[in-house]
Structure formats: C-alpha cells, structure tokens
Ligand binder design. Structure first.
Ligand SMILES: CC(C)(COP(=O)(O)OP(=O)(O)OC[C@H]1O[C@@H](n2cnc3c(N)ncnc32)[C@H](O)[C@@H]1OP(=O)(O)O)[C@@H](O)C(=O)NCCC(=O)NCCS
Length: 186
C-alpha cells in the first residue's frame, strides 16, 4: 500500500537559481506541448527570475519542487496580452497576473495548484495589488478550480473561445481580490 505523500508547502524564490530553473523546465516540458512554449524556455524563465517585481512560488515535497506559479505585474504583460484579449486593458495597473502555473504529473490532484494559488493571492495582498488574474483553460479544470477556490472574491469573469497562448483552447479570464481588498471595487 503506498504511503501518503508529504504535505507540500510554498516558498518564494527571489533570485535566479540553477536548480530551481531546472525543476521548472522539467515541469513545463511535462505540462505543455512544445509548440505552446517559448522557443528558448530557459532564457524566458531566467528573464522572469531576475526581475524583482515578479514572484516565483514553488511547491516543495521534501527537497523536490513539484509545482511552480509565476506572478507578474499585469502592467508588464498587458499590452502583449491585449492583442488576443482586448478586455484586459480595462483592468487596473496595480493588478497581478499568473504568467504560468504547472504541477508535476504524478503530483496532480493533491491540492498543489490550490495551495500555490492561495499563496499567490496572499502575496498579491501583501504587495497591495488590487486584483490577481489569470487565463484559465476549461479542459484542464483550472477554470472550475479557481471559481471554486475564490468564489465570493471573483470580480472579473469572461470567456475567450480560443486562447492562442494555449493551443486556441477555450479559456476564461478570471480575476479576484486578495483578502484585504475584498470590500473594494475594481
Ligand atoms: C491544472 C493543474 C495546474 C492543476 O494542478 P493540481 O495540483 O492537480 O490541482 P489541485 O490538486 O489543486 O486541484 C485539482 C483537482 O483535484 C482536487 N483535489 C485536490 N486535492 C485532492 C486530493 N487530496 N484528493 C483528490 N482530489 C483532490 C481538487 O479539488 C480539484 O478538483 P476539481 O478538478 O474537481 O476542481 C495541473 O493539472 C497541471 O499542471 N496541468 C498542466 C499545466 C496546465 O494546464 N497549467 C495551467 C495552464 S492554463
């Protein structure tokens, strides 16, 4: 009988770190088809890691990283995203955006993504961000998961029939308020 897995916990990675980068690249290649990834994924993640305004949240089981989530200020990606999603321009510049989120296959459906999403929401609150948003696919259950986790705090929710960044799959853009901002309007 398999023993129960260790409880993952989240920590933030502030600086560029080779072993963290390797783990992230492994999870990314296991999680997304090659043509959904940037041509030089390592360079892309390194460029994200060196910017202090970004936040890497990694989920560990022992010393192994089993999932990661990258938070970026929305203002840094808004212009690019708006080419496929013009509605995003209406969001405040103090919002944050989940650039990527992925979990090692054998660690899925154990609450790893949920714990990172909750950690990310707390981090946005600490940074006085007004909102936290992401494009969540329907096919992988992420849309349903976020709606369930943040019900009551979701302030933006619209459907995108074909999201070009993830294989033209149906996605929803969802944004929610961190705990200390729930009573404020967008
Ligand atoms: C989408 C993804 C990030 C979800 O990660 P995850 O760690 O499996 O997510 P969670 O475990 O927190 O939640 C997934 C489901 O498992 C359920 N779950 C959580 N803990 C559980 C447990 N201990 N036992 C059984 N089910 C559990 C959750 O309730 C949720 O159920 P739902 O599908 O009914 O909503 C993961 O599948 C993944 O990496 N996919 C490939 C990359 C990807 O698609 N990234 C997102 C880009 S849009």
């Amino acid at each position: 009988m398999p023993c129960s897995p260790p409880t993952p916990f989240c920590s933030r990675i502030a600086d560029s770190d080779a072993s963290v980068l390797r783990s992230i690249l492994t999870t990314e290649s296991e999680s997304f088809p090659r043509d959904w990834q940037f041509p030089d994924t390592a360079k892309y993640f390194q460029s994200l890691m060196v910017k202090p305004e970004n936040c890497f949240i990694c989920c560990y089981a022992g010393s192994a990283i089993v999932g990661h989530l990258v938070l970026v200020p929305l203002r840094a990606v808004k212009c690019e995203l708006s080419k496929s999603d013009p509605q995003i321009l209406a969001l405040p510049d103090t919002a944050y955006y989940i650039e990527t989120l992925a979990v090692r296959k054998r660690w899925r459906r154990r609450g790893v993504a949920s714990s990172m999403l909750i950690e990310a929401t707390g981090e946005v609150g600490k940074r006085h961000g007004q909102l936290l948003g992401m494009h969540a696919r329907v096919s992988n259950g992420l849309n349903r998961l976020a709606l369930h986790l943040f019900k009551g705090s979701i302030v933006v929710n619209y459907k995108i029939d074909r999201w070009p960044w993830t294989g033209n799959e149906e996605s929803n853009f969802l944004a929610w308020t961190p705990p200390n901002r729930s009573s404020e309007t967008t």
